[in-house]
Design a protein around this ligand. Structure first.
Ligand SMILES: CC(C)(COP(=O)(O)OP(=O)(O)OC[C@H]1O[C@@H](n2cnc3c(N)ncnc32)[C@H](O)[C@@H]1OP(=O)(O)O)[C@@H](O)C(=O)NCCC(=O)NCCS
Length: 198
């Protein structure tokens, strides 16, 4: 069996069915195919995926600033192409609203979630946005830990925000994305993330 790789890419229209399947596996069916299609078409949305695939022999795309490397998988059991992670932000005025962040349960705990959050923050920085925000269930400690690791701070609570459980949402904010020192912070995270992915 050939080698398999994990790569970060922007979602494309040919992956709409796969992304809905991933959404159902990870998020219980948050958005529909039409919803994802609108995200792809929107100039204010960045929708990034982790994709698993066999090496196609394509040239590596031009190296962009803070572009993370593809990862070679060592425990190859399946040769099928598959989406295993998704992250989305909406640029609204000077804010990045992180609307989705999820990793397939089989691939959690390997540094892929933080790599995806990092890529979203890089996107926000490239768009010259000033801060990032999101809501998270108060009981979702893995996600809260992840966001705090990247400098998000609690700014409030929305009572009964989640319709499925009636649970409260924590509102988190991460400021200073336009600060002159933020590229240094990105560089520091980049090195840590690459180490973890290796
Ligand atoms: C939250 C989520 C995206 C994290 O992705 P992941 O790939 O498993 O996380 P990583 O391996 O990149 O871990 C990064 C950091 O997250 C935190 N974290 C991740 N899993 C954790 C766990 N089980 N317990 C506590 N903290 C955890 C840690 O701070 C970790 O950093 P460390 O390794 O230096 O301790 C993933 O658990 C997920 O998809 N959950 C379901 C969907 C969801 O809840 N999304 C968030 C909605 S707001």
């Amino acid at each position: 069996m050939g080698k398999q790789y994990l790569k970060l890419q922007l979602l494309t229209v040919d992956q709409l069915s796969a992304v809905v399947e991933l959404d159902q596996r990870c998020l219980g069916g948050l958005w529909t195919k039409d919803g994802y299609q609108r995200e792809i078409e929107s100039p204010n949305s960045d929708l990034i995926i982790w994709k698993r695939e066999g090496k196609t022999g394509d040239q590596e795309p031009k190296k962009e600033e803070f572009q993370l490397p593809q990862i070679e998988l060592t425990d190859v059991e399946s040769s099928s192409d598959q989406l295993i992670g998704i992250g989305c932000l909406w640029a609204i005025l000077e804010e990045a609203h992180i609307t989705i962040l999820a990793i397939d349960p089989e691939y959690q705990g390997k540094g892929l979630g933080q790599a995806l959050l990092f890529q979203l923050l890089v996107s926000a920085w490239k768009r010259k946005l000033e801060r990032a925000t999101l809501e998270v269930k108060v009981s979702n400690q893995p996600a809260i830990n992840l966001y705090k690791k990247f400098g998000f701070k609690e700014a409030g609570c929305r009572k009964g925000y989640y319709q499925d459980t009636g649970e409260d949402a924590l509102i988190l904010w991460r400021g200073d994305l336009h600060h002159p020192h933020f590229p240094n912070t990105l560089h520091h995270w980049y090195q840590e993330i690459c180490l973890k992915l290796n």
